[in-house]
Design a protein around this ligand. Structure first.
Ligand SMILES: Nc1ncnc2c1ncn2[C@@H]1O[C@H](COP(=O)(O)OP(=O)(O)OP(=O)(O)O)[C@@H](O)[C@H]1O
Length: 232
């Protein structure tokens, strides 16, 4: 489903004329199969977010090939990447990234508006998803009127509402207490099983990593497979 081949990326830092290259990804190759939950662990600064940004097409790599469902996305320009993202990827972030001026319902509805769905289709889809993630009762609440776990459910619902085959999650439970973390991990597993969504999860946390079918560790710019926790 996702194939990453010989991916290299370095950031330039320092003053113009005296820039230094800092290599972050060094010829990294790995793949994610359809229907898997894959987690990527590694110490802070090891390049996990850089890898996610490249896979999602936010950042162009210096070298390497990325294919998603047989489509070579690494050659896309910005507009092509944005269009591909809207159709294929959902995102979940540690700090939820909800729009503070929109209700839970409106936050979830937003990607459907961006894609041009009509009001009737939007309402139906948002209602279905609210029920699936257990938020029907708080749909009119604004983000600051929701708990952390509820806000993360809204952001998961927003990621799901366009039916993307792949969801990227960057520290999805990083701001939650351990009980709420467990709820969110169970929700991710259930969405993986009932909807067949593929998840790529970046995390520091071993409990989160172990939700995955496969764990990779970022080490010295490459990914090393750390083990299969439970095969799909
Ligand atoms: N825009 C940038 N310009 C220069 N250096 C950058 C930039 N973005 C990231 N880096 C550097 O690249 C390295 C990898 O960063 P990245 O954010 O991918 O790590 P990470 O593993 O996700 O870390 P964390 O777990 O702390 O989020 C770090 O050394 C960081 O300082």
């Amino acid at each position: 489903m996702i194939q990453v081949q010989e991916l290299s990326h370095a950031f330039k830092i320092g003053k113009k004329g005296k820039e230094k290259q800092v290599p972050v990804l060094k010829g990294l190759s790995f793949s994610v199969e359809k229907g898997e939950i894959v987690s990527i662990v590694g110490r802070s600064g090891s390049g996990k977010s850089t890898l996610l940004h490249i896979m999602a097409g936010f950042l162009k790599p210096d070298k390497g090939i990325i294919e998603v469902n047989g489509v070579k996305t690494s050659v896309f320009n910005e507009a092509e990447s944005a269009q591909f993202r809207l159709a294929n990827f959902g995102f979940i972030f540690q700090n939820f990234q909800l729009m503070p001026g929109l209700t839970a319902f409106e936050n979830i509805e937003l990607p459907l508006k961006l894609r041009g769905d009509n009001k009737h289709v939007r309402t139906q889809k948002v209602k279905d998803i609210l029920q699936h993630v257990g938020l029907t009762d708080v749909q009119k609440h604004y983000p600051n009127e929701l708990s952390g776990g509820q806000q993360q459910r809204v952001s998961i619902a927003r990621a799901l509402v366009t039916d993307p085959p792949i969801i990227f999650a960057d520290e999805p439970t990083g701001s939650l207490d351990s009980e709420t973390e467990q709820d969110i991990l169970l929700l991710i597993q259930s969405l993986n099983q009932t909807r067949g969504i593929t998840f790529v999860i970046i995390t520091h946390d071993d409990t989160v990593a172990e939700t995955a079918n496969r764990i990779y560790r970022m080490h010295d710019g490459e990914l090393v497979e750390r083990g299969v926790t439970h095969a799909i």
